[in-house]
Design a protein around this ligand. Sequence first.
Ligand code: ZN
Ligand code: ZN
Length: 320
Amino acid sequence: MHPPKKYLILILISYLIIGFFTSCSKTTTTTTTSPTNYYKTENVIIIVMDGARYSETWGEPTHSLIPSIANNIAPKGVINNNFRNNGTTSTSPGHLAICSGQYYNLNNGGGQLPPFPTMFQYFNEKYPTKNSWIITSKDKLEVLANTSHTSYNNLHLPNTNCGINGMGSGYRADDITLNVVLNVFNTQHPNLTLINFREPDFTAHSNDSIGYIKQISNVDSLINIIFNFVENDSIYNGTTSIFITNDHGRHDNLNGGFAGHGDSCEGCRHLLFCAYGPDFKENVVINTPREQIDIAVTIAEILSFNLPNTNGQIMQELFK
Ligand SMILES: [Zn+2]
Ligand SMILES: [Zn+2]
């Protein structure tokens, strides 16, 4: 009598133990399966309006020079009126800060590769089958595609279409850049794109105040064409975030005026910032102090790739 009873108890205990561990392992499996990406954004477009001063963009109370950004895009996105370049206020260093999350005084003439990779190389390293582009009116910005860092030199490079025909070929007009952008978007739908429109900066350097003002409005209309493309495209609509900003501003009127830039005056530092996308708030104006290096960090967060060596922060206040 005794042995069978003992066996029954042992079998019962075994079932209980097996059942316990089976249910445990099921629970464990479920909880460790985290979503690959929490965000709806699959594609990011950064548009840089080169060298427009804040006092002519969002800082002008009626926003008369940026009607598309103010009336069409801002109601569907977030404006930050407290956004700055806190590094070198020139074209190449400004774009590098936006694209890498690091301030570095890169040679402004295009003669130097960044000593560290931008987010494009980290993005392409993580997602080798995805597609990224740098499309710029200024040829010198092609340096952003590569780095002199030995671990990343000539690896994971984005596609480029810069200036008339690449590095050393000279600047081109912004409407040509727009045509390249629309062609690439239509045929390839890249997942990460940097666009540079040169005209406000280029015209201001010739001390042409009327031309400078006119070119801000012209770039505003080009940005609107890109925005409308994204909203009406079956692949991009609902999956694409857009950042609109400047690489640098221009001297305020007490520090030499609109023709030049490059120092630490408020006119050179203070920038336009607008973010639009499926994960961002709508029709909100915020004044959280933010800066260029926060853009790359925020993009690395929403597209889920690693961006080392940055002091930038995720702009949490943008998110719904
Ligand atoms: Zn300039
Ligand atoms: Zn200045």
